[in-house]
Design a protein around this ligand. Structure first.
Ligand SMILES: [Zn+2]
Length: 411
């Protein structure tokens, strides 16, 4: 049989023996928060799945009177079966409203489109019933101490700051189309945890400890339900010892296909201080240098993906408290009155800054208010932020999936 060359590529079928999409649920019928724990959104990062299974087994074995519910979910099952980061495309880079609309309407072009559709089918019934906290467990190709990442909206802070490990702000904002970025824009809570190196057995331990601490912070568990809570906190704290408590992403080095082969210089680890100008990688055009002095984050030592590395810098706890206070007081209404700053006429929550006028620490001021998404547009800088909306919304693009799920439950 020959396939017509115009036939759309069909996504590969699941490998036999693949992990179930829903790893497990734990719900004792008591009212409380809904927490979704996801592992292996990147298929070469199975440590999170092991940790989720461990925590679910522990809750069941101890018959813990959990409030609300926990759902454990497998991320990229097709890539997981092949031990790769992804099959066709990075599953954590395509969660834009346009792509989600296409996938919800049934146009599935890649293995990861199918994964996205299946994940949405699990999330959708939960998203309809109020705010959901998403905990997304990852691991890294380089040696790393554990850290968390979150979009800089206040509702994300209680979960992330419950962990005695560094919080990295702004990673979700410099990456287009992350799953948590999309869900956060719908008004939900999302925290990602990078537990350590992919195959380091401690990574599973760190994820387990992080999950238990966040379940307590979310109100799902009471401290007395986790008698070894102090040991879990100590285990994580030892892993993150000596690291800055909070960092913000300043720069993302994008690897375009024409830059390949991109090869990181050996030996870089997360949070390593690197001087401006130091050669950190080589690509087709020659040496790649550090654009500013800062902390090396997520150097790419696996072959896939267009994130070469990130540069972060520490944020003080005081700056974090100040930004929370300013936002609670809603002083962000003053942003358009800053010199050289104007509101984007077409998009709410987007501001345009003229660097020639707004030269005094304009980036810092925007960051205080959570505006971390920064794009150069002509001579100007455009800033936007994740939705600070308190109440989640179900967007129009998910309507076809919602109808499909209602029909399947009726029939
Ligand atoms: Zn990952």
């Amino acid at each position: 049989m020959t396939l017509s060359s115009s036939a759309p590529p069909s996504p590969p079928a699941e490998a036999p023996g693949a992990r179930p999409r829903v790893l497990g649920r734990y719900d004792t019928g008591r009212p409380g928060p809904t927490v979704v724990c996801i592992g292996a959104l990147h298929g070469n990062e199975p440590a999170g799945l092991s940790a989720i299974s461990r925590v679910l087994a522990r809750l069941r074995a101890d018959d813990v009177p959990l409030r609300g519910r926990i759902v454990g979910v497998s991320g990229n099952r097709r890539a997981l079966a092949e031990g790769r980061r992804f099959v066709d495309r990075d599953l954590n880079r395509r969660w834009t409203p346009e792509n989600i609309a296409r996938i919800a309407q049934g146009t599935v072009e890649t293995a990861e489109d199918q994964e996205t559709r299946e994940l949405l089918a699990v999330f959708l019934p939960l998203l309809r019933h109020g705010p959901v906290s998403f905990i997304d467990l990852h691991s890294t190709s380089s040696l790393s101490t554990p850290f968390s990442c979150m979009a800089d909206v206040l509702r994300n802070r209680p979960l992330a700051l419950a962990l005695p490990i560094p919080v990295v702000l702004g990673l979700e904002e410099v990456i287009e189309g992350s799953m948590l970025g999309y869900l956060c824009d719908l008004g939900h809570v999302g925290v990602a945890v990078e537990g350590g190196q992919h195959d380091d057995p401690r990574t599973i331990d760190f994820h387990e400890s992080a999950l238990l601490l966040m379940l307590v912070a979310a109100g799902s568990l009471e401290p007395r339900h986790v008698p070894d809570l102090a040991a879990h906190r100590a285990r994580l704290a030892a892993g993150g010892d000596g690291m800055p408590a909070v960092c913000e992403i300043r720069h993302r080095h994008v690897v375009r296909s024409e830059d390949e082969p991109f090869v990181m210089a050996p030996g870089f680890v997360n949070f390593q201080i690197v001087e401006r100008g130091q050669v950190v990688a080589d690509d087709r055009r020659g040496p790649v240098r550090m654009p500013e002095t800062g902390l090396m984050m997520l150097p790419r030592y696996q072959g896939q993906g267009d994130d070469g590395f990130f540069v972060a810098r520490p944020v003080t706890r005081n700056a974090l408290r100040l930004s929370a206070a300013l936002r609670t007081l809603r002083l962000d209404v003053l942003v358009p009155y800053l010199p050289g700053v104007s509101r984007d006429p077409n998009r709410a929550d987007h501001f345009i800054a003229d660097p020639a006028i707004a030269r005094v620490a304009v980036k810092e001021v925007f960051h205080l208010f959570g505006y971390r998404h920064e794009r150069a547009q002509a001579e100007q800088l455009v800033f936007s932020r994740r939705s600070p909306a308190a109440r989640p919304v179900l967007p129009a693009e998910l309507a076809p999936l919602l109808r499909a799920s209602e029909e399947s439950t009726e029939g």
